[in-house]
Unconditional design. Structure first.
Length: 335
């Protein structure tokens, strides 16, 4: 068999082109967040930016992207925790931000999710505390949640962790869908309705400051309910994942005093179906110096997202870490 230099050269060129195409093949990574007026969306966008390194981008050491080579992460606006976890379980999203209490209930198939376990849910990191905002019109106040009976109340979107938790809390004070006029709205819609006098109060759990509330407080004005220590203890007993917290005074214009309120951790969740090496790379990229700069210069809650708190409460939650994330934390000496 005689050597054909033309054929050999053509074959070599084809192989080189094929290798380049394979090397440049992008991996798309969808992250479910929340409504545009909340905290999940901007935080999810920052994380997506930090872990991405699209094909053809400049290397990190040359001032380019410092994420996972070939990864294109995209933050998608959703109805938040319940939707995100279900979509991760079903393979409709690769990752999602979700409240710790909802994630535990859905993983185990307990409470509202009795018989509907989501066994593929895996934790990558604890991110930051989500404070429950109970927003009232400017100048208005209530003594306790019992005062919301007969009122027009925004209970957050269907498919959100906020709504699941809020309905549990309200029931403990004798307030249900039967004796209040509830509205299932996202944060921005709720703020607009409150400003227009169509709501007497609304709930939203998110890391402060929340964009829609910043706008509401600077235009129509608003007030935040401050829970008593006794009420916070009662809520913690009902929903252990909700712990006492505080929204500092001055976060929102006109709300000068600190507001005591329950808070739940926001988590970054992925599917157990994801490759260990991919999740290891994503976890490593989440905690590199480049992503640190993005978090520190983005939404105010970004500064609270640190490797030192990445595993806070995770081991006691009952939802496993993804193997790739666990591998990173062990190598980094954080486990």
């Amino acid at each position: 068999m005689r050597f054909n230099p033309i054929l050999a050269g053509s074959l070599a060129a084809t192989l080189l082109l094929s290798s380049a195409a394979i090397a440049q093949s992008p991996t798309f990574f969808r992250i479910g967040t929340g409504g545009a007026g909340g905290t999940y969306f901007p935080i999810g966008g920052t994380i997506a930016n930090g872990i991405s390194a699209p094909p053809g981008s400049r290397p990190c050491e040359e001032g380019g992207q410092c994420g996972v080579p070939g990864l294109i992460a995209i933050a998608q606006s959703t109805t938040a925790s319940v939707f995100n976890n279900a979509a991760v379980q079903n393979g409709e999203l690769e990752a999602g931000l979700a409240a710790a209490d909802v994630t535990r209930s859905m993983y185990l198939g307990e409470g509202k999710f009795e018989g509907k376990a989501h066994p593929k849910l895996r934790v990558v990191a604890n991110l930051y505390p989500e404070d429950l905002h109970l927003v009232l019109p400017k100048g208005e106040s209530i003594e306790s949640l019992a005062d919301l009976a007969g009122k027009r109340v925004g209970i957050a979107q269907a498919g959100s962790g906020t709504q699941v938790a809020v309905l549990q809390m309200l029931e403990a004070w004798g307030v249900t869908r039967d004796n209040m006029d509830e509205a299932e709205l996202n944060n921005s819609q709720s703020a607009e309705r409150l400003a227009d006098g169509q709501l007497d109060a609304y709930f939203y759990a998110a890391g402060w400051p929340v964009a829609a509330m910043v706008q509401l407080s600077s235009t129509k004005g608003m007030n935040l309910h401050s829970f008593t220590e006794e009420d916070l203890a009662k809520i913690n007993e009902i929903i252990p994942a909700y712990i006492p917290s505080e929204i500092p005074g001055g976060v929102y214009e006109g709300v000068d005093e600190a507001s005591k309120t329950p808070a739940v951790s926001a988590l970054l969740i992925v599917s157990s179906d994801l490759d260990e090496e991919l999740v290891y790379g994503i976890t490593k990229a989440l905690w590199n110096d480049n992503t640190r700069k993005l978090l520190d210069n983005g939404h105010a809650k970004g500064k609270q997202i640190t490797p030192d708190t990445a595993l806070d409460g995770v081991m006691a939650l009952g939802v496993p870490l993804h193997d790739g994330a666990a591998r990173f934390y062990k190598e980094a000496g954080l486990m």
